[in-house]
Design a protein around this ligand. Structure first.
Ligand code: GLA
Length: 352
């Protein structure tokens, strides 16, 4: 097990940003930057032991400083959408940036994905890690309360990349943290992800309106193209004439993970049939946004000159349900002073 630190580059205002490499004895190697807490690369073995980088992104910091759709980034203070960029807490209405049509998306204009996190390498015998800390001031992007967030990334010998999030506040606020890595288990840049087989451990999802805001209903996936109770190729039904898929341009839905939120349980399993790479996702979060990279449009060139076309990466963003601050029927995202927000997600890399 090893954790190494090296410079990754400088931001426009001259701040030096680092790149941390976590590796284990199976050859798994994960690079994470404290710029946005970004997962920059994940080298994972296939059935033959061949390593490939299975996350989309860039080779250098300059790539991440340009506009991009949250490749590998930590997302906060609130992952996914808040309707109209507004919510009310204790009788006070808060207004957030509207950076997705009329809605607020992924923490706003300068979310946690663009923050420079304080970083500390955590060496160890059975796991190695990177501890990231970020203090978001009261009023940041419109949110109340000074929020102190920590994210601990660890890698162990079982090829588990664990992400443990915590946050505390000095005023009542809302919080919902995730990571927005785009995976392609055949290797980033190796074409689309439509042949990847996905299993989602979710009997119900949160239906959305045409701006991708949940209606508040929980609906069974059964009999719909959102039924992934068995391993099913992503592409099998993605172009089907279906109201849900048409609204989102493919998969971009919040699935309600079966089993009690707050305990670590299986959320998803993904199998890439050619390389045999498998990724399992476990989480304590109530939901998972399964996004099939519909908005990738070939305008971004990433690692090794690869052009990221539509549906060349998928995301499994473990999260609270979108728009929870405006949906009292959803599990609460309210954080009170003295309480601690906690979320744990594990991405496990295997072969079959
Ligand atoms: C999430 C959202 C998508 C999209 C991407 C980023 O997955 O649900 O609609 O905004 O992030 O492009």
């Amino acid at each position: 097990m090893d954790v190494k630190q090296q410079p990754f580059g400088q931001t426009k205002d001259g701040t030096v940003v680092d790149l941390f490499t976590l590796s284990n004895d199976n050859g798994l190697e994960i690079k994470i930057s404290n710029y946005g807490g970004t997962i920059v690369s994940v080298l994972a073995p296939d059935t033959q032991g061949n390593l490939a980088d299975v996350v989309l992104g860039f080779e250098d910091l300059a790539g991440y400083l340009q506009p991009h759709p949250y490749f590998g980034a930590l997302v906060g203070r609130f992952a996914n959408r808040i309707a109209g960029g507004k919510f009310t807490l204790q009788g006070v209405e808060y207004t957030l940036a509207r950076n997705n049509g009329q809605n607020h998306l992924h923490g706003g204009l300068k979310g946690f994905d663009k923050a420079i996190w304080q970083a500390e390498a955590v060496p160890g015998e059975v796991e190695v890690g990177l501890k990231l800390t970020h203090v978001s001031p009261d009023g940041d992007e419109g949110y109340p309360g000074k929020l102190r967030a920590t994210v601990l990334y660890t890698l162990n010998i079982d090829n588990e990349l664990k992400i443990h999030y915590t946050a505390t506040t000095d005023r009542t606020t809302v919080v919902n943290l995730t990571n927005h890595a785009y995976f392609n288990l055949a290797g980033a840049g190796a074409g689309d992800i439509l042949e990847h087989e996905v299993m989602l451990n979710a009997d119900v999802f949160t239906p959305i309106d045409e701006t991708l805001i949940p209606t508040g209903e929980l609906r069974s996936v059964s009999g719909t193209p959102l039924d992934f109770s068995e391993l099913t190729p992503i592409g099998a039904r993605i172009n089907q004439e279906d109201e849900q898929l048409r609204l989102a341009g493919g998969y971009d839905h919040n699935f309600v993970v079966n089993g009690p939120a707050g305990t670590v349980r299986l959320a998803a399993r993904v199998h890439e049939p050619v390389t045999g790479r498998v990724m399992e996702v476990y989480t304590t979060a109530p939901g998972t946004q399964f996004y099939s990279g519909n908005f990738l449009d070939g305008t971004i060139t990433g690692k090794a000159g690869a052009v990221y076309h539509k549906r060349t990466g998928f995301c499994l963003e473990t999260q609270h349900f979108p728009d929870s601050p405006n949906k009292p029927e959803f599990p609460t995202t309210v954080l009170e002073p003295g309480d601690e927000y906690r979320q744990t997600t594990i991405y496990k890399f295997l072969t079959r």
